[in-house]
Design a protein around this ligand. Structure first.
Ligand code: KG4
Ligand code: ZN
Length: 345
Protein backbone atom coordinates (compact mmCIF):
# COMPACT_ATOMS: atom_id res chain seq x y z
CA UNK A 1 0.00 0.00 0.00
CA UNK A 2 1.39 3.45 -0.91
CA UNK A 3 2.40 5.61 2.04
CA UNK A 4 0.08 8.63 2.39
CA UNK A 5 2.56 10.81 4.28
CA UNK A 6 5.47 10.36 1.86
CA UNK A 7 3.35 10.22 -1.31
CA UNK A 8 4.90 12.40 -4.03
CA UNK A 9 2.44 14.82 -5.61
CA UNK A 10 2.77 15.15 -9.40
CA UNK A 11 2.33 18.41 -11.29
CA UNK A 12 -0.01 17.13 -13.98
CA UNK A 13 -1.50 13.96 -12.52
CA UNK A 14 -3.69 11.66 -14.59
CA UNK A 15 -6.94 11.50 -12.61
CA UNK A 16 -9.84 9.19 -13.30
CA UNK A 17 -13.21 10.58 -12.15
CA UNK A 18 -16.21 8.32 -11.56
CA UNK A 19 -19.80 9.48 -11.07
CA UNK A 20 -22.83 7.27 -10.29
CA UNK A 21 -24.92 9.26 -7.81
CA UNK A 22 -28.19 9.36 -9.79
CA UNK A 23 -29.08 8.14 -13.28
CA UNK A 24 -25.79 8.82 -15.09
CA UNK A 25 -22.90 6.34 -15.07
CA UNK A 26 -19.90 8.42 -16.04
CA UNK A 27 -16.12 8.20 -16.17
CA UNK A 28 -13.62 10.83 -17.31
CA UNK A 29 -9.85 11.09 -17.44
CA UNK A 30 -8.06 14.38 -16.83
CA UNK A 31 -4.37 15.22 -17.13
CA UNK A 32 -4.15 18.19 -14.76
CA UNK A 33 -7.31 20.10 -15.76
CA UNK A 34 -7.21 18.94 -19.37
CA UNK A 35 -9.98 16.52 -20.32
CA UNK A 36 -8.54 13.48 -22.11
CA UNK A 37 -11.82 11.59 -22.25
CA UNK A 38 -15.35 11.88 -20.93
CA UNK A 39 -17.81 8.98 -21.13
CA UNK A 40 -21.41 8.76 -19.99
CA UNK A 41 -24.21 6.20 -20.13
CA UNK A 42 -27.57 7.51 -18.92
CA UNK A 43 -30.62 5.58 -17.76
CA UNK A 44 -32.78 8.76 -18.03
CA UNK A 45 -34.79 7.40 -20.97
CA UNK A 46 -35.76 4.30 -18.93
CA UNK A 47 -36.50 6.45 -15.86
CA UNK A 48 -38.74 8.74 -17.98
CA UNK A 49 -41.30 5.91 -18.21
CA UNK A 50 -41.76 6.15 -14.43
CA UNK A 51 -41.79 9.97 -14.29
CA UNK A 52 -38.62 10.13 -12.16
CA UNK A 53 -35.61 8.15 -11.01
CA UNK A 54 -36.39 4.71 -9.54
CA UNK A 55 -33.38 3.92 -7.30
CA UNK A 56 -33.30 0.17 -7.93
CA UNK A 57 -33.45 0.68 -11.70
CA UNK A 58 -30.64 3.24 -11.43
CA UNK A 59 -28.46 0.84 -9.41
CA UNK A 60 -28.95 -1.99 -11.89
CA UNK A 61 -28.20 0.30 -14.83
CA UNK A 62 -24.96 1.45 -13.10
CA UNK A 63 -23.96 -2.17 -12.49
CA UNK A 64 -24.40 -2.91 -16.20
CA UNK A 65 -22.59 0.24 -17.37
CA UNK A 66 -19.71 0.88 -14.95
CA UNK A 67 -17.13 -1.45 -16.51
CA UNK A 68 -17.95 -0.30 -20.01
CA UNK A 69 -17.73 3.47 -19.31
CA UNK A 70 -14.46 3.17 -17.37
CA UNK A 71 -12.81 1.00 -20.02
CA UNK A 72 -14.02 3.36 -22.75
CA UNK A 73 -12.67 6.38 -20.83
CA UNK A 74 -9.20 4.80 -20.57
CA UNK A 75 -9.20 3.74 -24.22
CA UNK A 76 -10.43 7.09 -25.54
CA UNK A 77 -7.92 8.99 -23.39
CA UNK A 78 -5.18 7.07 -25.20
CA UNK A 79 -3.74 5.80 -21.91
CA UNK A 80 -3.48 2.51 -20.03
CA UNK A 81 -4.94 1.82 -16.60
CA UNK A 82 -1.37 1.81 -15.27
CA UNK A 83 -0.99 5.52 -16.24
CA UNK A 84 -3.67 6.58 -13.72
CA UNK A 85 -2.23 8.54 -10.76
CA UNK A 86 -5.41 8.75 -8.63
CA UNK A 87 -9.05 7.62 -8.71
CA UNK A 88 -11.63 10.23 -7.70
CA UNK A 89 -15.18 9.09 -7.05
CA UNK A 90 -18.48 10.60 -5.93
CA UNK A 91 -19.14 9.16 -2.45
CA UNK A 92 -22.25 11.34 -1.84
CA UNK A 93 -24.73 12.88 -1.93
CA UNK A 94 -27.04 10.69 -3.96
CA UNK A 95 -28.87 7.38 -4.12
CA UNK A 96 -27.05 4.97 -1.85
CA UNK A 97 -27.25 1.90 -4.06
CA UNK A 98 -26.24 3.94 -7.09
CA UNK A 99 -23.27 5.53 -5.32
CA UNK A 100 -22.03 2.14 -4.11
CA UNK A 101 -21.59 0.90 -7.68
CA UNK A 102 -19.13 3.66 -8.62
CA UNK A 103 -17.50 3.61 -5.20
CA UNK A 104 -16.87 -0.16 -5.26
CA UNK A 105 -15.31 0.08 -8.72
CA UNK A 106 -13.14 3.04 -7.68
CA UNK A 107 -11.93 1.35 -4.50
CA UNK A 108 -11.03 -1.87 -6.30
CA UNK A 109 -9.18 0.05 -9.02
CA UNK A 110 -7.27 2.32 -6.60
CA UNK A 111 -6.26 -0.75 -4.59
CA UNK A 112 -5.19 -2.71 -7.67
CA UNK A 113 -3.15 0.21 -9.06
CA UNK A 114 -1.83 1.19 -5.61
CA UNK A 115 -2.78 4.84 -6.17
CA UNK A 116 -4.74 7.29 -3.96
CA UNK A 117 -8.52 7.06 -3.75
CA UNK A 118 -10.16 10.50 -3.58
CA UNK A 119 -13.63 10.99 -2.06
CA UNK A 120 -15.57 13.66 -3.97
CA UNK A 121 -18.65 15.45 -2.70
CA UNK A 122 -20.92 15.65 -5.77
CA UNK A 123 -21.81 19.27 -5.06
CA UNK A 124 -18.17 20.30 -4.91
CA UNK A 125 -17.88 18.56 -8.26
CA UNK A 126 -20.50 20.90 -9.72
CA UNK A 127 -18.53 23.90 -8.40
CA UNK A 128 -15.31 22.52 -9.91
CA UNK A 129 -16.82 22.20 -13.40
CA UNK A 130 -15.80 25.86 -13.84
CA UNK A 131 -12.07 24.94 -13.70
CA UNK A 132 -12.58 22.79 -16.80
CA UNK A 133 -13.72 25.85 -18.72
CA UNK A 134 -10.79 28.00 -17.63
CA UNK A 135 -7.70 26.08 -16.54
CA UNK A 136 -6.22 29.28 -15.09
CA UNK A 137 -9.27 30.07 -12.94
CA UNK A 138 -8.29 30.74 -9.32
CA UNK A 139 -10.45 31.58 -6.27
CA UNK A 140 -11.79 33.80 -4.86
CA UNK A 141 -14.98 34.01 -6.88
CA UNK A 142 -18.74 33.88 -6.41
CA UNK A 143 -20.49 30.69 -7.56
CA UNK A 144 -24.11 30.12 -8.45
CA UNK A 145 -24.96 26.50 -7.74
CA UNK A 146 -28.33 25.29 -9.05
CA UNK A 147 -29.03 21.58 -9.40
CA UNK A 148 -31.77 19.06 -8.69
CA UNK A 149 -30.78 18.90 -5.03
CA UNK A 150 -29.23 22.29 -4.21
CA UNK A 151 -29.67 25.96 -4.92
CA UNK A 152 -27.14 28.33 -3.40
CA UNK A 153 -24.81 31.23 -3.91
CA UNK A 154 -21.33 30.51 -2.60
CA UNK A 155 -18.19 32.46 -1.89
CA UNK A 156 -15.46 30.14 -3.16
CA UNK A 157 -12.47 31.22 -1.05
CA UNK A 158 -9.86 28.69 -2.10
CA UNK A 159 -9.61 25.47 -4.11
CA UNK A 160 -11.00 23.54 -1.14
CA UNK A 161 -13.06 26.03 0.87
CA UNK A 162 -16.34 27.82 0.28
CA UNK A 163 -18.87 29.75 2.32
CA UNK A 164 -22.65 29.59 1.74
CA UNK A 165 -24.04 33.11 1.23
CA UNK A 166 -27.59 32.23 0.24
CA UNK A 167 -29.62 29.06 -0.16
CA UNK A 168 -33.15 27.73 -0.55
CA UNK A 169 -35.42 27.07 2.39
CA UNK A 170 -37.36 24.30 0.62
CA UNK A 171 -37.11 22.85 -2.91
CA UNK A 172 -34.07 23.25 -5.13
CA UNK A 173 -34.51 25.10 -8.44
CA UNK A 174 -34.15 21.86 -10.47
CA UNK A 175 -36.77 20.16 -8.33
CA UNK A 176 -39.12 23.09 -8.98
CA UNK A 177 -38.56 22.70 -12.75
CA UNK A 178 -39.31 18.98 -12.50
CA UNK A 179 -42.53 19.64 -10.54
CA UNK A 180 -43.64 22.41 -12.90
CA UNK A 181 -43.01 20.00 -15.80
CA UNK A 182 -45.31 17.44 -14.20
CA UNK A 183 -48.10 20.02 -13.79
CA UNK A 184 -47.71 20.92 -17.48
CA UNK A 185 -47.76 17.24 -18.52
CA UNK A 186 -44.12 17.25 -19.66
CA UNK A 187 -41.86 14.21 -19.39
CA UNK A 188 -38.89 13.65 -17.02
CA UNK A 189 -36.34 15.22 -16.86
CA UNK A 190 -38.48 18.31 -16.54
CA UNK A 191 -35.93 21.13 -16.80
CA UNK A 192 -35.03 20.93 -20.49
CA UNK A 193 -38.68 20.33 -21.43
CA UNK A 194 -39.91 23.38 -19.48
CA UNK A 195 -37.19 25.44 -21.17
CA UNK A 196 -38.21 24.27 -24.66
CA UNK A 197 -41.87 25.09 -23.99
CA UNK A 198 -40.99 28.45 -22.41
CA UNK A 199 -39.21 29.47 -25.61
CA UNK A 200 -42.61 29.43 -27.36
CA UNK A 201 -44.40 31.51 -24.73
CA UNK A 202 -44.58 34.96 -23.14
CA UNK A 203 -43.74 35.64 -19.50
CA UNK A 204 -47.06 37.43 -18.96
CA UNK A 205 -48.35 35.66 -15.81
CA UNK A 206 -47.46 37.14 -12.46
CA UNK A 207 -46.07 34.26 -10.40
CA UNK A 208 -44.31 34.96 -7.08
CA UNK A 209 -40.54 35.30 -7.32
CA UNK A 210 -38.30 32.62 -5.79
CA UNK A 211 -36.62 35.35 -3.75
CA UNK A 212 -37.90 35.51 -0.15
CA UNK A 213 -38.79 39.10 0.69
CA UNK A 214 -37.96 40.67 4.07
CA UNK A 215 -35.48 37.98 5.05
CA UNK A 216 -32.38 39.20 6.92
CA UNK A 217 -30.28 36.79 4.91
CA UNK A 218 -30.75 36.28 1.15
CA UNK A 219 -33.01 33.28 0.90
CA UNK A 220 -34.78 31.50 -1.94
CA UNK A 221 -37.99 29.50 -1.74
CA UNK A 222 -39.70 27.53 -4.49
CA UNK A 223 -42.77 26.23 -2.66
CA UNK A 224 -44.88 29.40 -3.14
CA UNK A 225 -44.01 29.55 -6.82
CA UNK A 226 -44.81 25.85 -7.30
CA UNK A 227 -48.19 26.17 -5.51
CA UNK A 228 -49.00 29.24 -7.56
CA UNK A 229 -48.33 27.39 -10.84
CA UNK A 230 -50.45 24.42 -9.69
CA UNK A 231 -53.34 26.68 -8.58
CA UNK A 232 -53.24 28.72 -11.79
CA UNK A 233 -53.44 25.60 -13.98
CA UNK A 234 -56.08 23.85 -11.87
CA UNK A 235 -58.34 26.92 -11.73
CA UNK A 236 -58.36 27.21 -15.53
CA UNK A 237 -58.92 23.46 -15.94
CA UNK A 238 -61.86 23.55 -13.51
CA UNK A 239 -63.41 26.38 -15.51
CA UNK A 240 -62.94 24.30 -18.66
CA UNK A 241 -60.53 26.90 -20.06
CA UNK A 242 -57.35 26.10 -21.93
CA UNK A 243 -54.11 26.47 -19.95
CA UNK A 244 -51.61 28.65 -21.86
CA UNK A 245 -48.86 26.15 -21.12
CA UNK A 246 -46.04 27.92 -22.95
CA UNK A 247 -46.83 31.19 -21.12
CA UNK A 248 -46.95 29.33 -17.80
CA UNK A 249 -43.53 27.80 -18.55
CA UNK A 250 -42.02 31.16 -19.57
CA UNK A 251 -43.48 32.97 -16.54
CA UNK A 252 -42.37 30.22 -14.15
CA UNK A 253 -38.87 30.22 -15.64
CA UNK A 254 -38.41 33.94 -15.09
CA UNK A 255 -39.78 33.88 -11.53
CA UNK A 256 -37.52 30.90 -10.74
CA UNK A 257 -34.31 32.11 -12.36
CA UNK A 258 -34.15 35.91 -12.39
CA UNK A 259 -33.42 36.19 -8.65
CA UNK A 260 -30.63 33.60 -8.91
CA UNK A 261 -28.78 35.54 -11.60
CA UNK A 262 -29.43 38.95 -10.06
CA UNK A 263 -28.42 38.00 -6.51
CA UNK A 264 -25.27 36.25 -7.77
CA UNK A 265 -24.14 39.48 -9.40
CA UNK A 266 -25.09 41.48 -6.29
CA UNK A 267 -22.94 39.21 -4.10
CA UNK A 268 -20.03 39.45 -6.52
CA UNK A 269 -20.14 43.24 -6.19
CA UNK A 270 -20.50 43.08 -2.41
CA UNK A 271 -17.55 40.73 -2.02
CA UNK A 272 -15.42 42.69 -4.46
CA UNK A 273 -14.53 39.70 -6.63
CA UNK A 274 -13.96 40.02 -10.36
CA UNK A 275 -15.18 36.57 -11.37
CA UNK A 276 -18.47 34.69 -11.23
CA UNK A 277 -18.84 30.96 -11.94
CA UNK A 278 -21.86 28.68 -12.10
CA UNK A 279 -22.62 24.98 -11.97
CA UNK A 280 -25.36 22.37 -11.63
CA UNK A 281 -27.99 21.05 -14.04
CA UNK A 282 -30.14 24.19 -13.97
CA UNK A 283 -27.17 26.22 -15.28
CA UNK A 284 -27.69 24.33 -18.57
CA UNK A 285 -30.85 26.46 -18.91
CA UNK A 286 -30.51 28.82 -21.87
CA UNK A 287 -32.55 31.62 -20.30
CA UNK A 288 -30.46 31.56 -17.08
CA UNK A 289 -27.24 31.54 -19.10
CA UNK A 290 -28.35 34.58 -21.11
CA UNK A 291 -29.38 36.45 -17.98
CA UNK A 292 -26.06 35.70 -16.27
CA UNK A 293 -24.13 36.82 -19.36
CA UNK A 294 -26.16 40.05 -19.53
CA UNK A 295 -26.00 40.92 -15.83
CA UNK A 296 -22.30 40.03 -15.44
CA UNK A 297 -21.57 42.04 -18.57
CA UNK A 298 -23.35 45.11 -17.18
CA UNK A 299 -21.43 44.77 -13.89
CA UNK A 300 -18.07 44.28 -15.63
CA UNK A 301 -17.64 40.79 -14.12
CA UNK A 302 -15.86 37.90 -15.79
CA UNK A 303 -18.28 34.98 -16.09
CA UNK A 304 -17.09 31.37 -16.27
CA UNK A 305 -20.00 29.36 -17.57
CA UNK A 306 -19.18 25.66 -18.02
CA UNK A 307 -20.40 24.01 -21.22
CA UNK A 308 -23.93 22.63 -20.75
CA UNK A 309 -22.73 19.03 -20.65
CA UNK A 310 -20.47 19.92 -17.70
CA UNK A 311 -23.38 21.59 -15.84
CA UNK A 312 -25.51 18.45 -15.73
CA UNK A 313 -24.07 15.35 -14.03
CA UNK A 314 -20.77 14.22 -15.54
CA UNK A 315 -17.50 12.68 -14.42
CA UNK A 316 -15.11 15.38 -15.70
CA UNK A 317 -16.28 17.68 -12.89
CA UNK A 318 -15.64 14.87 -10.38
CA UNK A 319 -12.09 14.45 -11.71
CA UNK A 320 -11.65 18.26 -11.61
CA UNK A 321 -12.64 18.36 -7.94
CA UNK A 322 -10.45 15.26 -7.47
CA UNK A 323 -7.54 17.34 -8.77
CA UNK A 324 -8.17 19.99 -6.05
CA UNK A 325 -8.24 17.30 -3.37
CA UNK A 326 -5.16 15.58 -4.83
CA UNK A 327 -3.18 18.83 -4.66
CA UNK A 328 -4.37 19.25 -1.03
CA UNK A 329 -3.22 15.63 -0.34
CA UNK A 330 -6.72 14.81 0.77
CA UNK A 331 -6.79 11.06 0.18
CA UNK A 332 -9.46 8.64 1.38
CA UNK A 333 -9.06 5.27 3.04
CA UNK A 334 -10.32 2.11 1.38
CA UNK A 335 -13.07 1.74 3.99
CA UNK A 336 -14.76 4.85 2.52
CA UNK A 337 -18.53 4.41 2.47
CA UNK A 338 -21.27 6.03 0.40
CA UNK A 339 -23.29 8.82 2.05
CA UNK A 340 -26.83 9.60 0.90
CA UNK A 341 -27.00 13.18 2.22
CA UNK A 342 -24.17 15.64 2.83
CA UNK A 343 -25.00 19.11 4.17
CA UNK A 344 -23.89 21.89 1.84
CA UNK A 345 -21.42 23.09 4.47
O1 KG4 B 1 -26.93 18.77 -11.50
P1 KG4 B 1 -27.92 17.83 -11.99
O2 KG4 B 1 -27.68 17.16 -13.32
O3 KG4 B 1 -28.17 16.69 -10.94
C1 KG4 B 1 -28.19 16.96 -9.56
O4 KG4 B 1 -27.10 16.95 -8.96
O5 KG4 B 1 -29.29 17.22 -9.05
O6 KG4 B 1 -29.30 18.61 -12.04
C2 KG4 B 1 -30.47 18.01 -12.44
C3 KG4 B 1 -31.56 19.06 -12.44
C4 KG4 B 1 -32.92 18.47 -12.77
O7 KG4 B 1 -33.84 18.92 -11.81
C5 KG4 B 1 -33.21 19.03 -14.14
O8 KG4 B 1 -34.59 19.23 -14.40
C6 KG4 B 1 -32.45 20.35 -14.12
O9 KG4 B 1 -31.26 20.06 -13.42
N1 KG4 B 1 -32.14 20.82 -15.46
C7 KG4 B 1 -32.64 21.97 -15.99
C8 KG4 B 1 -32.19 22.03 -17.32
N2 KG4 B 1 -31.40 20.93 -17.56
C9 KG4 B 1 -31.39 20.20 -16.41
N3 KG4 B 1 -33.43 22.90 -15.44
C10 KG4 B 1 -33.77 23.93 -16.21
N4 KG4 B 1 -33.40 24.06 -17.52
C11 KG4 B 1 -32.60 23.15 -18.11
N5 KG4 B 1 -32.24 23.28 -19.37
ZN1 ZN C 1 -25.56 16.85 -9.95
Amino acid sequence: MYDKSSFKIKNNPVIMGIESSCDETACAILRGRKILSDEIISSAAVQAKYGGVVPEIASRAHTDAIGEVCEAAVKNAGISFSDIDAVAVTYGAGLLGALLVGLSYAKALAYALNVPLIAVNHIRGHISAAYLDDELLKPPFITLLASGGHTAILYTKSFTQFEVLASTSDDAAGEAFDKCARVLGLAYPGGPNVQRLAEKGQANINFPSALVKNSVRTQFSYSGLKTSVINYCHTLEQRGEEVPKADVAASFQQAALNPLADKTVEFARKYGVTTVTAGGGVVANGYLRERLIKECGKAGLKLILPEKRYCTDNAAMIASEGYNQYMARNFADLDLNAVAAIPLK
